[in-house]
Design a protein around this ligand. Structure first.
Ligand code: KIV
Length: 237
């Protein structure tokens, strides 16, 4: 079993194979994912909508992220566990990141070009993944971002020491230009095929989250399977 490190993810930039990243919020799903070839397990703050039933990700707390990170880390001895810095946590960036790393995250993910905070976390010896494009913690509408400003922001993030950058709903051509302009990998979601890797919310790809966004491909409809199984259980009573 080869443990995935941030260094390994960086090196995949120069390889032909793509980086895979999926979310998990609990031990059982993390364990299933860890037994596949997936590279990165993200404890996303999509926890807010997908698991806790909130309208958005903004009410997720550092305590909740820490609690779910512990569960995921117990189930994922192989994959790289990355945890989202929740809304507001960059006010005390080093302290918050430290809590998540102590809970078992190998790295934290930061939304936006929060260069100063990222430098502080890196200065304290912790690993950081960036996240640019349509940012769930601040976007009022969920739409594709076309701004060339993103290329400059990606370069700034690279200089600040992040090991990879998630591009969420970035125009495919802009995502291609960013991917060519930096030496660290880009991991896309709804950003076209040119990124160095792809990420999906696991509950979206498995058909478990009823409000999944349109750009998320559903690979299986487990809601249908669960209802079928429950139907069989009730029939057998
Ligand atoms: O919170 C999350 O699940 C994420 C992914 C959509 C990248 O940030």
């Amino acid at each position: 079993m080869e443990k995935i490190t941030t260094g390994k993810i960086r090196n995949l930039k120069s390889e032909i194979r793509k980086i895979s990243m999926l979310t998990a919020y609990d031990y059982s799903i993390a364990r299933i994912l860890d037994e596949t070839a997936v590279d990165i397990i993200l404890v996303g703050d999509s926890l807010g909508n997908v698991i806790l039933g909130h309208e958005n990700t903004r009410s997720v707390t550092i305590e909740e992220m820490s609690h779910h990170t512990r569960a995921v880390a117990r189930g994922a001895p192989r994959a790289l566990v990355v945890t989202d810095m929740p809304f507001g946590s960059m006010r005390d960036a080093v302290l918050s990141a430290n809590r998540l790393v102590e809970s078992g995250a190998a790295a934290v993910k930061v939304e936006g070009a929060e260069i100063e905070g990222i430098r502080a976390i890196r200065g304290a010896g912790m690993e950081v993944m960036g996240h640019l494009g349509c940012l769930p913690q601040s976007a009022s509408v969920y739409k594709v971002v076309r701004s060339d400003k993103l290329i400059d922001e990606a370069k700034q993030l690279e200089a600040a020491g992040v090991f990879a950058i998630v591009l969420e709903l970035v125009d495919s051509e802009v995502a291609k230009q960013i991917t060519a302009a930096i030496t660290i990998p880009t991991i896309g979601i709804g950003s076209g095929p040119h990124c160095d890797g792809q990420v999906l919310v696991t509950y979206d790809m498995l058909g478990l989250y009823p409000d999944a966004p349109k750009h998320a491909k559903k690979y299986v409809d487990l809601a249908v399977e669960i209802k079928r199984a429950v139907g069989s259980f009730i029939k057998e009573l």
